[in-house]
Design a protein around this ligand. Sequence first.
Ligand SMILES: [Mg+2]
Length: 262
Amino acid sequence: MMPATDPTLLALDFDGVVCDGMLEYFQAAWRTYCQIWQPHDSTPPADLAPQFYRLRPVVETGWEMPIVIRSLLDGIPESEIFQDWPNIAQKQVQKYELTAAEVGQKLDHLRDTWIATDLEDWLSYHRFYPGVIQRIQEILETSVKVFIITTKEGRFVKQLLQQAGLDFPESRIYGKENKRPKHQILRELLTNSQNQEIIWFVEDRLKTLQSVQQQPDLKTVKLFLADWGYNTVGDREIATNNPYLQLLSLDQFSQNFSEWPV
Ligand SMILES: [Mg+2]
């Protein structure tokens, strides 16, 4: 077997790879739900959060999160939501005479207000996956360049990493403000450098990896699906059967690149 070549550039998604924002997702979703439906009791039922956590991988866009909560409280079984979420979501939005855009705006507004009024509190709803910060710190001390490519605002990523004790260079964070798809940012990283970079990209969303895979000029980028992030058993099966995608465990992520499945 040929020895694998280590990357010269490691690109990481943030939520679902480095940072676990599940507590924040639930809070933001529940508070938005309360604004829309005004329940008598603003404390969520005890079993709601774990159900929401299990179902989070079906969500593609923020507006769906309060609709997941509505659907669970309407008694739609988890198994149905897993199998048929895009249809259920559309039906629910119609049933309650809402639009996706309207629910999305409510969620964005709620989150913006939360961040503006109590940033510390908002940051406190984020956790880091075990060992990830330490491993990034180790890699930062080598010649491998680490980049973060995320749909979160870059300044929040910077603050969260700082809270975790990691002084991560801001110029290496590509956040929401860049307004370009991840494959475009990878293309820039690949072509803007003087040396031919060997890029490895770790992401927890299968569709994002597939969109990179579809770019003929990005064939050299190695793609890893983070199995600890927000993806389903079905997503992981697809990745396992796709020769261009590698399923990566948190344990493998924490080890030397030579131990990664390439
Ligand atoms: Mg992610």
